[in-house]
Ligand binder design. Structure first.
Ligand SMILES: Cc1cc2nc3c(=O)[nH]c(=O)nc-3n(C[C@H](O)[C@H](O)[C@H](O)COP(=O)(O)OP(=O)(O)OC[C@H]3O[C@@H](n4cnc5c(N)ncnc54)[C@H](O)[C@@H]3O)c2cc1C
Ligand SMILES: NC(=O)c1ccc[n+]([C@@H]2O[C@H](COP(=O)([O-])OP(=O)(O)OC[C@H]3O[C@@H](n4cnc5c(N)ncnc54)[C@H](OP(=O)(O)O)[C@@H]3O)[C@@H](O)[C@H]2O)c1
Ligand SMILES: *[C@@H]1O[C@H](CO)[C@@H](O)[C@H](O)[C@H]1NC(C)=O
Ligand SMILES: *[C@@H]1O[C@H](CO)[C@@H](O)[C@H](O)[C@H]1NC(C)=O
Ligand SMILES: *[C@@H]1O[C@H](CO)[C@@H](O)[C@H](O)[C@H]1NC(C)=O
Ligand SMILES: *[C@@H]1O[C@H](CO)[C@@H](O)[C@H](O)[C@H]1NC(C)=O
Length: 516
């Protein structure tokens, strides 16, 4: 454990390395101003001496997922001190798990602190990336959404931070509903829920936060779930002024707290493994805790308890963390409906349970993760249409960051690099640090071409496939967004711990790549 602590410590030390002298190369295009794009934009400035980059963001401001998701109750479920940048720590988080407005405000502060607004073109959507082999550049086609004018600009390097949980999934069958219909990621602040009969579809992380936040307002709440989620207790708490003051006054204290949180999440990883002794023990404890939580909080309607206990293995989907969700489902104005939806009409939903009239329909139905980069099109090396290829064969890449068919392109928090048990922002920082090392290597070699060797990528993907078979994700089909169940592959996740990802991204093995 102490050894691990040292490693994490080294990780943070490395983030403060001084800049190397660079050339005016490269000209960089960053897509997106969510956590990924902000991290790239900040670290490029901190760590590369000559900088020439532009961020394209189709929204009106920074934030990404935290700009779009404004539904009631939206918050992070990774501790705020860890769900934030190591190089821009915030001592005065109000709560252990901050709400969306505070996270968005933090992101704006980071953007101001690192002058990112100056480099960002908002209301600009990237439509196509095309690799021009003769120029060794990406031709980027960008539309200014305010006047619909499209321009083509050449960049040496493209950083793709376009976000996997971004495009709302609105299943076809719900479109026949004629009343107000809203997806959680397109929340309408003017929606009047007071006294209405409201239906919420879904039982994922979003529904778990949304339901308790509206249950007190609505007249009647109908919760449609296909499968329940595993939900465990939350250790939400407010920080006292003294704690905030201590973190601000002694930054070392906050760093230690942050590392401790990281390790506490990291030791949970065995729960998401399959068949080791530790994972079996972890699974028994976690399953027990989940069951206890249902029985403990569902007091008035013991008859619904069985509907709330999942039949799939703990951890296969994102685990819900909440003390309020079951309490909300237990309220007298709530009905949990687990029967399959048969028909959706202009003002009703019908299941085997019967028909319910509905005033407002809320979809917490998740995101179209397997569209990979739509609406953007990517034409890689040899004119290959990457989206077509990935939709047919599944995504491929080395460390989830780079692929042989896409030279000079880096993806952040894309396929194969997210984790379920720890902070996504830690993953992004590892990726950006690795990318900075590659760019420095390009600069020092005077290379304007970088790509992972094809056989290295294939070996890596095979190793990841084998590692996935040691996890719960690789062994159970539970219909999570991590998986492309039709193909039987887990597309979103890195199959090992975050420490392992850090270890794999801490150096570049120059022989694995073509630099020229
Ligand atoms: C409600 C919610 C809660 C979450 N909570 C957690 C949590 O607690 N812990 C955790 O680890 N993870 C959490 N996540 C996952 C979260 O997605 C990541 O942690 C992180 O915010 C992703 O950042 P990103 O920058 O990669 O992507 P995003 O935040 O999605 O940002 C992508 C940006 O790119 C822009 N963009 C995309 N395509 C284009 C284009 N073609 N042209 C121009 N701009 C484009 C988008 O407009 C967007 O602003 C949560 C996700 C959601 C939706
Ligand atoms: N910090 C947080 O707490 C937080 C909050 C929100 C989101 N997030 C992140 O975002 C991810 C996505 O969360 P999410 O809850 O928005 O989406 P999700 O986990 O993909 O859940 C979508 C829900 O909608 C249901 N559904 C989808 N299509 C349906 C249909 N046609 N008919 C009926 N039900 C349907 C799914 O049912 P099935 O399960 O049966 O498929 C599922 O319950 C999370 O896993 C997490 O990573 C995090
Ligand atoms: C960035 O590149 C563009 C186009 O090559 C050039 O016009 C601009 O002056 C450069 N900016 C900096 C700061 O080098
Ligand atoms: C671009 O990044 C997003 C996530 O940020 C990912 O879903 C998509 O697949 C990526 N595309 C490529 C070509 O890497
Ligand atoms: C904490 O500090 C804030 C602002 O500095 C102040 O408004 C608040 O009253 C303080 N709370 C306590 C309990 O002292
Ligand atoms: C760390 O990475 C190196 C290669 O960079 C590898 O040889 C080693 O096994 C890894 N260690 C762990 C604990 O993953």
């Amino acid at each position: 454990m102490i050894k691990t602590m040292e490693k994490v410590h080294n990780f943070e030390m490395r983030q403060d390395e001084t800049s190397l002298d660079g050339e005016s190369f490269p000209k960089i295009c960053i897509i997106g101003a969510g956590f990924s794009g902000l991290c790239a934009a900040a670290q490029i400035q901190r760590k590369l001496k000559t900088i020439n980059f532009t961020v394209y963001e189709m929204n009106k401001d920074v934030g990404g997922a935290w700009y779009s998701n404004t539904y009631p109750g939206c918050a992070c479920d990774i501790q705020s001190h860890l769900y934030s940048f190591s190089f821009a720590q915030k001592p005065d988080w109000s709560k252990e798990f901050a709400s969306q407005p505070e996270i968005l405000e933090y992101m704006k502060t980071v953007a101001r602190k690192f002058d990112i607004y100056k480099y960002t073109k908002f209301n600009h959507q990237v439509n196509q990336l095309k690799w021009e082999e003769s120029e060794r550049k990406w031709k980027v086609s960008v539309t200014d959404l305010t006047n619909d004018i499209t321009t083509e600009i050449y960049y040496d390097i493209v950083i793709n931070g376009s976000g996997e949980l971004r495009q709302p999934q609105i299943p076809e069958e719900f479109k026949s509903f004629e009343g107000p219909l809203v997806h959680s990621a397109q929340w309408d602040a003017d929606l009047k829920l007071e006294g209405k009969t409201v239906a919420v579809v879904g039982s994922g992380a979003t529904a778990i936060q949304l339901i308790p936040s509206i249950v007190g307002k609505v007249g009647k709440l109908l919760c449609y779930q296909r499968q329940p989620a595993w939900v465990i207790p939350s250790f939400q708490s407010r920080f006292t002024n003294f704690t905030k003051w201590s973190f601000a006054t002694f930054p070392g204290l906050q760093s230690t707290y942050r590392k401790t949180l990281f390790l506490l999440n990291e030791v949970m990883f065995p729960v998401f493994m399959y068949s080791t002794t530790l994972s079996k023990i972890g699974n028994v404890i976690a399953t027990g805790l989940g069951n206890y939580h249902v029985n403990n909080l569902i007091k008035n309607h013991p008859d619904i308890r069985p509907q709330l206990v999942p039949s799939y293995r703990f951890g296969c989907k994102r685990v819900g963390i909440s003390n309020k969700y079951y309490r909300a489902l237990d309220k007298p104005n709530v009905k949990v409906i687990s029967n399959q939806i048969q028909e959706i009409g202009g003002n009703f939903i019908r299941t085997l349970d019967g028909e319910d009239e509905i005033d407002i329909l809320i979809l917490a139905t998740g995101f179209r993760v397997h569209d990979y980069f739509a609406p953007m099109e990517i034409i890689g090396k040899d004119g290959e249409n990457i989206l077509e290829k990935w939709k047919n064969d599944g995504p491929t890449g080395y460390l989830g960051i780079t692929s042989n068919s896409m030279p000079n392109l880096f993806t952040l928090l894309g396929p194969g690099s997210d984790v379920n048990h720890n902070s996504g922002i830690f993953q992004i920082e590892c990726q950006v640090n690795w990318m900075i090392k590659v760019i420095r290597e390009m600069q020092s070699r005077n290379a304007n071409y970088f790509a992972v060797k094809k056989n290295v990528e294939i070996d890596y993907m095979n190793a990841m496939k084998n590692a996935m078979m040691k996890t719960v994700y690789g062994n159970f089909k539970c219909g999570s967004w991590f998986a492309d169940d039709a193909k039987g592959i887990i597309t979103a996740l890195y199959p090992k711990s975050s420490i392992s990802y850090w270890n794999n991204t801490r150096k570049i093995c120059v022989n694995d790549f073509d630099f020229n």
